[in-house]
Structures are given as C-alpha cells and as structure tokens.
Write a protein that binds this ligand. Structure first.
Ligand code: ARG
Ligand code: GLU
Length: 714
C-alpha cells in the first residue's frame, strides 16, 4: 500500500465513522447534510430530495394511514408499503372463503381493487419555519403552563390563517422540544384501494420469532392505489374516482445493492428521545422497562399457552398477541442495548463536557442548574412514573376485562361531569363498538391474565398509592370472584347491565365486581398519581427544552438532529453488516436459500407456499437474482424508528432499492442512544418484491406500470 493510499483510506474511515445516525428535516438538508451525503456516495442534490418549486422525491413519499410510510411507484398512483402496515385492511377483506391473510390477494384488473373506508395517505406540499410566529407573545409569560397555553392558541390560529389551498391542511409541529416550530402544508387522499398482498407465509414469514431479528427473511410488503377525483384532487371514495397522477414516482433499480453502498431512507419516524439526561436513561433501564416487560411477559405466557392448544383462541388472539409481543421484545432488546453500548456512561461523560462548556461560556446562571434539576425532578417523579406504567400496562393495556371496565368508568365520569344527555350519547357509541371487542374476547384466557397481572399489581405498584383492598390480595381467589360475578364478561350480560337510565346503569355498574376493582385502580391513579406526575413532568419538559437549546448553542461542532415527531425525515447511511457479539459476524444480505433453511412445513410462523418452493427449486428468478441467488432482505446504518415502516430505501441516484420494515434487536436502543456499531435498519430488497409480484403472483398488470432501471449499467 502506498503512503498516499493509506492516508486516503484513513480519511475515508474517519468520515464514515463520523456518521452518527440522525433523522433530518428534508427542507434543511442543503446546509446540514448534503456534503456528508455526497461524501458517502450520494449522486443527487438536496433539491432532488426536497423542492417546493418542482417535483422531488418527497412528492412520492406519503404518510400511510397515520402510522406508517408508503411510496408511489407508478404514474398511476400505485403505492408500496409493508404487509404489516396493510395488515388490518387485508384482514378486514378476508373471510373464511377468501382468506387473503392466508393466501394473499392480487387484483389483476383495476376493477378488482378493494376500497378501504377510513384509510388515508397524506403528502407534504411544503415545509416552513414558523418559530417566531408561534412563540409570539410568550416571552413575557412567567409560568410554564401559561406559556404552553399561549403556544397552543397561536398554533391553532396560525393553522387557520396561514395560506393554503382549500383542499389542503396546515399542521404545525414542534422540533428540538419546543425550540423550533415548522408548518407542514399537506394533502390527504381518502380513496385508497388494496391492490396486492402476498400470503402471510411470505409477508409475515418468521412472525414473532423473527420479529426484530437479523438475519431476516420476510417479504413484508403490500400494494395499494391512490384514487383522486377528475381534477386529480383528494376526494371521498367514489366509483367515478380515477387513479391519482403523482408529481413524482420512484423508479425501481434492478442492479441491487452491495456492502457499503449509499442508502437513504425517507419516511415518518414516530418518536425518539435522544437528548435525555443520564438519570432518565438509568430509570428506563433499571425501573420502567423491566416493569413493562414483566407485565407483558406474564400476559404473553398465559395467552401463548391457550393459543397453542386451541385453534379458535389462536385466531382470536393472533393480532393482540403480536402487538403486545412487538414492544415487549423491543424493550428487552433496548434495555440490553443501552447497557451494552454503555449509554449511561457515555451520557455522563457528555454531561461533564456540557458542564465545562457552560462554565467556559459564562452561562452558569442560565444553564448551570439544569443537570442538578434533572436529578432532583427525575428522583421525585420515579414512583409516579412507575405507578403510571403499571396502571397503564395492567389495567388498560393487557387485561381486557379491566380495559372495558375502564371505559365504563369513563362513562360514569361523563355522567358526573356532563350530565345525562352526554352520558346517553357516549353509551350508544360504546354499545356500537362492543361487538368488535367481544368477538375476540375469551373469558377463560383473560381470567388467567388478570390473575397474573393483579398479582404483580399488588406486589409491585408503589405501596403508597396502592388501594387498601388490593394489598396482599389472593390473586387467584380474586380472579375467580371477579370473573364469576361480573356482568362484563359477555356482550349480552353487559348490554343488559347498560339498560335503563343513567342512575340505574351507574348503580348496576357499581355493584359489578370487575367495575369496582378497576374503579379503585383508576381512582388511585387519577387521585394520587396523575396530578403529581403531570406537575413534575411539566417541569421536566421545560428543563428538557432548555437543555436542548443549550446543547444547540454550546455544541455547534456536533450537528444535532431534532427528535422524531411523526414528521417527514431523511436518514442515510450505508449497507452494512455488524458484529452482534464476540466472534459473530452478520452479513448484510439474506437470500431465498435462508427462507428454505427456516422452512417448517405447516408451521404458523415458518411455513412456505408451495409455489415459492417450486420457483426456488427451478431457480426461476427472472432478472431479479444475483449470481444465481435470490436476495430477500438487507440491513444498513440508517437511523429509523417505528413509523418508518414502509419507508423507501433509495440509492445514490433516487431509485428504489428496498422497503424498510424493522430494526435489528441488538440496536433497538437507537430511539434513546444510537450506536453506529450495532444499530441497523432492516429492509426487503426491491428485487424480492418484484420477483414475488412477477414470478409468484404473475401480476403482469402491476409489472407493466413500473419503471425498472439499471442505474449502475448506464
Ligand atoms: N417490529 C416491526 C415494527 O415495529 C414489525 C412488527 C410487525 N410484525 C410482527 N411480527 N409483529 O413494527
Ligand atoms: N416495524 C416498525 C414500524 O412499524 C419499524 C421498525 C422500527 O421501529 O424501526 O414502524
């Protein structure tokens, strides 16, 4: 190696390792990121990604139904997102005769596409900084509560008055915890139809066992189409609507990826908390995550036991189980990752540096008390936070009977605060929604869950807040008493209980054992926990705002990105493997061979469709293979979080190369502390998506809409 080359390599390494994650605001890339992106291999300009005057990538990336991301991939408004993002819609169209979850669904003509009432996708038209306008008139206010109230008033009046077209909306969101405010002008389309979905044995292959795990082999995609009115504007569903003509759609690269290729992920990450002080992270590691994990662990064990023995229960609890298990598994990975990456130690070191810089800048009076104040307030809030998590996880989230009883408790509160008329309206609404709840409710399963969780509650809920009647309970005796006596265990008996005027109903409710237990838990929470929690939490938010402001001022060398807040962000990095533990190296790409290695015939997680096995045996991969092998998933250093599901992975030139759907387990702490060594996002390879549409589903109607390109061969 020449000296020159060595120097060159050294520089290169330094540059790459300088990449510390981050979720960036698309309208600010030019100043903040463009240079680094180019040094990582990007061949586009910031304006190709976000532009207000001409079409750009952002015009192809709408928010999908509030929680996920999607991308337009044809001139006829064809949308790509994850299978798990379309899951509810696919399930809603499924019946025993047409089980689209089990067998997949493909519209071979546009007339066959299936409408989805209530589904929406939202595009960003433009982004503007409105900080000064939002903070106008707040400087003079002394109390934090008054400040927040004024800000909310300003936001709602600005949302109404700032210019927009009649079919558009103004949304204002805060960045850097209240230090910056941005306006998003948006367009929301309301006629979205299902076009295609692979069977779950492809789209959800590996299910909960493989969830959050690399190596991964899931074809987690589904297809929808946006319909618009004759003027290409958003409109409610109508059969006269026509396919939407997008301002931009993503071409799909057939050249694939290799390690170290530049990647960009564009989407709507939900929430991160990257700027917490060490004391807050310690609390998450030592108290809050373990509490939530313990509760879900117990609930999942009970449900799993029943689901394995009984097919009907398995169907009733499949979706609920998956959603409880998703974050349970994430928190376990997050806790381990925070420890392994020494997040607390690193934060403490950063805080020492912070203190030094505050002193050097002569800002003690402004920022000198922040860290001690955090210590004090986090210590004070600890039992309240813990009680809040236990109450939410036990009473509201994981025991179904108490969650329904809680809704009835709220109904009682409506009567107390708003009177009979409001009560009747709420009651009617509730009764309408109950069918859905009881369809998937099993009394025997839930009784066992209650027994476990009320046991945890009586032992672990901070004693100073614990209702007297729930001290030292005999959990199993209480469970059989509650489930034996309560009328809330079936739809019919609950409907009977709800018969009559408000006074009668409320008297009946208060004689119901499930209602009584839940009411005690709720009142302990609302009387003894919530007010103090809110009070301290408001102080912590104000400290956090000042802390972020101080960091922006004192760490100009550090380029800080704003925490995720469900707004459109760009994250970028490289295709990269990682070393999860000593002597173990993970490659960045998986292949169909790995699907076959995991194949367990008839298994609910690892079955493989016969058609896919046949294609594998014949190596009938069309133009999508690479050296005779069919790529399935790949990972990269892009910093993503929940909400980035369905986000496009884009190459150096703006073509689609993959579809984001998960993160690796060892790196799930990236919501709190991003470590470039082990944080990876997981994407389906675009070539696998094409292979499934073309070779597996033979949906040539869909193939003919797409624009396939060979960026590297040009
Ligand atoms: N972990 C991914 C996410 O957070 C995928 C979840 C859906 N898949 C599942 N097996 N539950 O949303
Ligand atoms: N599966 C997640 C979602 O639904 C994305 C994975 C993550 O949290 O990074 O948004």
């Amino acid at each position: 190696m020449t000296k020159f080359l060595r120097l060159f390599l050294l520089l290169f390494v330094v540059q790459v390792s300088a990449q510390q994650g981050g979720m960036w605001i698309p309208s600010l890339l030019e100043g903040m990121n463009e240079k680094e992106m180019k040094s990582l291999g990007m061949k586009m300009t910031a304006k190709d990604i976000y532009d207000v005057n001409k079409s750009s990538l952002k015009d192809a990336v709408p928010h999908f139904n509030g929680g996920c991301t999607s991308e337009v991939i044809s001139p006829k408004g064809l949308l790509l997102t994850n299978h798990h993002c379309g899951f509810d819609a696919i399930q809603n169209h499924s019946t025993v005769e047409h089980d689209y979850l089990q067998n997949g669904f493909w519209a071979y003509k546009m007339e066959e596409e299936l409408p989805n009432p209530d589904m929406v996708v939202t595009f960003i038209v433009r982004i503007e900084d409105v900080t000064t306008k939002v903070l106008d008139g707040t400087q003079a206010l002394a109390s934090e509560a008054d400040k927040q109230k004024k800000i909310q008033e300003n936001i709602s009046s600005l949302s109404n008055s700032l210019p927009k077209e009649s079919w558009q909306e103004n949304k204002i969101r805060t960045f850097y915890e209240g230090n910056q405010y941005m306006l998003f002008v948006t367009e929301t389309f309301k006629d979205i139809r299902l076009v295609g979905a692979p069977p779950s044995s492809i789209g959800k292959f590996g299910s909960d066992t493989d969830n959050w795990v690399w190596p991964r082999h899931t074809g987690d995609f589904s297809l929808f189409r946006i319909y618009a009115d004759k003027d290409n504007k958003p409109a409610a569903y109508s059969k006269d609507n026509v396919p939407y003509k997008p301002k931009h759609f993503l071409p799909i690269s057939l050249d694939g990826i290799k390690e170290d290729d530049f990647t960009l992920v564009f989407g709507y990450p939900g929430r991160t908390t990257e700027y917490l002080p060490a004391v807050a992270v310690e609390q998450i590691i030592n108290e809050l995550n373990p509490a939530k994990i313990e509760v879900r662990d117990a609930a999942l064990k009970v449900e799993d036991g029943f689901m394995r023995k009984d097919q009907a229960i398995k169907i009733q609890y499949a979706s609920k189980y998956a959603s409880i298990a998703n974050y349970w598994k994430k928190w376990i990975g997050e806790t381990q990752g925070l420890k392994k990456s020494n997040a607390v130690g690193i934060k403490k070191k950063d805080e020492a540096e912070f203190t030094k810089r505050v002193a050097k800048a002569g800002k003690q009076s402004e920022y000198g008390n922040l860290l001690p104040e955090f210590e004090k307030n986090y210590k004070e809030i600890a039992p309240y936070s813990l009680a809040r998590d236990y109450f939410q996880e036990i009473a509201l989230r994981n025991t179904e009977l108490t969650s329904i009883a809680f809704r009835l408790y709220q109904l009682e509160q409506v009567y107390v605060t708003k009177g009979e008329q409001a009560f009747n309206a709420r009651k009617a609404n509730m009764i309408d929604a109950l069918g859905d709840f009881y369809k998937d409710f099993n009394k025997t399963v839930d009784e066992k869950v209650f027994e476990q969780l009320i046991g945890i509650y009586s032992k672990k809920y901070p004693t100073q807040f614990l209702p007297a009647s729930l001290k030292n309970v005999n959990a199993s005796a209480l469970a059989s008493e509650v489930y034996g006596q309560s009328k809330l265990t079936s739809l019919e008996s609950l409907k009977t209980l709800l018969n009559g005027d408000a006074k009668t109903v409320i008297a009946n409710l208060n004689n119901d054992k499930a209602f009584k237990v839940t009411k005690e838990m709720a009142e302990s929470y609302f009387n003894s926990v919530a007010p103090k929690f809110e009070e301290i939490n408001l102080k912590i938010s104000a400290l956090q705002r000042t802390y972020v402001k101080a960091q922006l001022e004192l760490f100009k060398d550090k380029r800080l990105f704003p925490d995720a807040n469900s707004t459109l962000r760009v994250t970028y990095g490289k295709v990269k493997g990682y070393e999860p533990k000593d002597a173990t190296v993970y490659n960045p790409v998986t292949y169909l061979d790995g699907v076959m290695e995991k194949y367990v015939p008839g298994d609910y997680e690892f079955d493989v469709p016969q058609k896919l096995i046949d294609l594998y045996n014949k190596k009938d991969y069309g133009p999508y293979a690479e050296n005779g092998k069919m790529p399935v998933c790949f990972i990269g250093t892009n910093h993503t979080t929940g909400g980035n599901s369905g986000s496009p992975a884009i190459d150096a030139k703006g073509n689609l190369i993959g579809l984001n759907f998960d993160r690796v387990w060892e790196g799930t702490m990236s919501d709190i502390h991003y470590d470039p060594a082990i944080c990876r996002n997981i994407m389906v390879d675009a070539r696998y998506v094409l292979f499934i549409i073309d070779k597996f589903a033979n949906a040539q109607n869909i193939m003919s809409e797409l624009k396939l390109v060979h960026p590297k061969k040009k």
